[in-house]
Design a protein around this ligand. Structure first.
Ligand SMILES: [Zn+2]
Length: 137
């Protein structure tokens, strides 16, 4: 399942607290503990695996992910935190056409029924017009 409202989820993901843990051994996934979107007393656990071809495989303990959903706010928050370390900001898109218009490096979040497209840009570069409000951090 892909989310219909990816931009809303992207906005929400930027408000969540994230603790990121590096892989214990080479080849292990990154792990992140991310605040629940619905209950501040809860956390969700996210794991992220990266392939050399730009594919990202993510798991999350939330209900959406448990039922086969891709790109929940927790996964986006964990990816953003990782990108932040490299001085980059991510944007998420439902179609390659939308992502392609951004003219930035393209990564793909792998779901059961296709991809969510991820673009990465250097922080401080002007955001595309549609994204402006999401980048007022
Ligand atoms: Zn989740």
């Amino acid at each position: 399942m892909k989310p219909v409202n990816i931009k809303e989820i992207q906005d929400k993901s930027r408000t969540l607290g994230v603790r990121l843990f590096d892989p214990a051994r080479p080849g292990d996934p990154y792990t992140a503990v991310v605040e629940s979107t619905t209950n501040p007393a809860f956390n969700q656990v996210v794991t992220l695996r990266f392939s050399k071809n730009g594919d990202i495989r993510a798991r999350c303990t939330c209900t959406w992910a448990r039922f086969g959903g891709v790109a929940c706010a927790h996964v986006l928050a964990a990816l953003n935190r990782l990108a932040e370390r490299k001085g980059r900001t991510l944007s998420f898109w439902l179609t390659p056409e939308d992502a392609g218009r951004q003219k930035h490096r393209l990564l793909r979040l792998v779901g059961d029924d296709g991809y969510i497209f991820v673009t990465s840009r250097r922080e401080g570069h002007p955001a595309p017009a549609v994204m402006k409000s999401a980048h007022q951090e």
